[in-house]
Design a protein around this ligand. Structure first.
Ligand SMILES: NC(=O)c1ccc[n+]([C@@H]2O[C@H](COP(=O)([O-])OP(=O)(O)OC[C@H]3O[C@@H](n4cnc5c(N)ncnc54)[C@H](OP(=O)(O)O)[C@@H]3O)[C@@H](O)[C@H]2O)c1
Length: 462
């Protein structure tokens, strides 16, 4: 008896993924660092086709050839250790799938090392959290075609469905393409959460709404073009009570992170792609963590608060428009990073496919992806050039400015919504202020400048 696949790492994601895979008719050999957890898990699901091996060697032996092994452990040392342990005992043509949130460059190093032994490594971004892993995640695989072919059937069977019922999985490209796309997905996710948090703060502080009243507004948005998974679950978070108290009131305002937002921002900086909403979201997590300093400074400077100037219903209409416009700007920033990376690393990314596989299962799934998918299938590059974005931004830009203006007036920090607006404004400026920067650079450092009336490089005695 052999199992169809092996899976290592029975944590939150590994357990759900194992159950999802087994429910599609595959048999699985399981392994976990804390070995007691293997039997516990197998005993919990006696009807599933799981095998609990006696040893790591038994685990490797129990998988049908060529072997297919899924790693669901933290990126970094745990993944490195497992690859080191597996490499000498696997055979040519065996394939490993790393489903953790690895850095794309590290994935590419392992791919090279393993290919020397004829072992294929698929670097796979998986989004959807615990629930998605169980019921159907969005899956972003990257790596050699041989590795993709080994896992294509199982990944297609366990993935979520897009708006037309197709599986939310597609080979992203070679090398670390899968982990790269997942990284940018997470960067967009950071900005989406930050923009919703900014909307929450405005409604709470400006209009003194209760969490239930804010939930009613988010619920209404969920039914329109702002429909998205994150808008939906905002309602659950806003309505959650614990012992009669609002849970949100009890949660410390310190946001943790596992690094993918930082990596996306580092990539944006490295590639020279402006991404203020994503970077802003990462910086806001930084502010959230300086709790003591914030508390000391609060009160030291008076906040300039005024009474709201609009009715609540007028304000929420403007806010919806500002959020929709920010969502557009945010996705455009993510795709701009992907375009630049694809150009540099020749991954062979298909942007239309990315907007398709993000339609189901993943954390940033949202109604807007339908229009984006259509635009990218028509080979449009920058979203701002698309007809749907043009129509929406012309409609929303006045409200966008009004919301940023209101936040400034009421001392509400807003790096994502205002970052999105600045991104849009800077993107559409025929003439920017960089002539002034160039003048300064040449004045202090003789860095030279180009001219609009002559070809060449110039330096002036200022
Ligand atoms: N949670 C999510 O929403 C999510 C979504 C997408 C991707 N991911 C990625 O999926 C991977 C797994 O995440 P998770 O949430 O399932 O983590 P988790 O619940 O913390 O589980 C981690 C698993 O890895 C094992 N492990 C930890 N350190 C190890 C080591 N040094 N050597 C061998 N095994 C080790 C643990 O074994 P023990 O039982 O012995 O501790 C456990 O089985 C991560 O790369 C994560 O970034 C997570």
């Amino acid at each position: 008896m052999t199992s169809n696949l092996g899976l290592i790492g029975l944590g939150t994601m590994g357990k759900s993924l194992a159950r999802n895979i087994a429910s599609r008719g595959f048999s699985l050999s399981l392994w976990n660092r804390t070995t007691e957890k293997i039997n516990e898990f197998v005993d919990e699901f006696p009807d599933e086709n799981f095998y609990a091996p006696q040893s790591f060697e038994d685990f490797v032996e129990s998988i049908e050839r060529p072997r297919r092994i899924i790693l669901m452990v933290p990126a970094g040392d745990p993944t490195a250790d497992l690859i080191k342990k597996l490499a000498p005992i696997l055979d040519k043509d065996d394939a490993i799938m790393d489903g953790g949130n690895a850095i794309y460059k590290v994935t590419e190093i392992y791919q090279k090392q393993l290919e020397e032994k004829g072992i294929h490594l698929l670097g796979v971004g998986i989004s959807g959290g615990e629930e998605g892993a169980l019921k159907g995640p969005s899956i972003m695989p990257g790596g050699p075609v041989e590795a993709w072919e080994e896992f294509e059937e199982v990944l297609t069977k366990i993935a979520a469905e897009d708006f037309s019922g197709k599986a939310c999985v597609s080979h992203m490209g070679k090398g670390g393409a899968g982990h790269y796309v997942k990284m940018v997905h997470n960067g967009i996710e950071y900005a989406e959460m930050q923009m919703l948090a900014e909307a929450y703060q405005m409604l709470k502080e400006l209009y003194k709404l209760s969490h239930n009243e804010i939930a009613d507004i988010f619920e209404k948005w969920s039914e329109g073009r702002m429909a998205s998974y994150l808008t939906d679950i905002s309602v659950d978070v806003l309505r959650k009570k614990e012992d009669g108290k609002e849970l949100l009131d009890l949660i410390l305002d310190k946001a943790k992170n596992k690094g993918t937002g930082v990596w996306t921002t580092q990539e944006a900086l490295r590639l020279g792609v402006p991404s203020p909403t994503i970077a802003g979201a990462v910086f806001m997590r930084g502010f959230s963590n300086s709790l003591e300093e914030r508390k000391k400074l609060d009160g030291l400077y008076p906040r300039l608060e005024q009474s709201p100037e609009m009715t609540l219903s007028e304000f929420t209409e403007h806010l919806e428009k500002a959020l929709f416009a920010t969502r557009l700007a945010n996705f455009e920033q993510g795709f701009a990073i992907l375009r630049a990376a694809d150009k540099e690393m020749h991954y062979g990314l298909n942007f239309s496919e990315i907007t398709r596989i993000w339609q189901g299962g993943c954390i940033i799934r949202s109604a807007i992806l339908k229009d984006m998918n259509l635009a990218f299938s028509q080979k449009v590059q920058n979203l701002y050039f698309t007809e749907f974005a043009h129509t929406a931004l012309v409609e929303c830009q006045k409200s966008w400015k009004l919301i940023v203006n209101t936040a400034v007036k009421h001392s509400i920090p807003m790096l994502s919504i205002s970052g999105g607006l600045s991104h849009f404004e800077a993107s559409r400026r025929g003439r920017s202020s960089a002539n002034f920067i160039q003048g300064l650079r040449d004045r202090f450092g003789s860095h030279t400048y180009e001219r609009i009336d002559q070809e060449g490089s110039f330096h002036s005695e200022w």
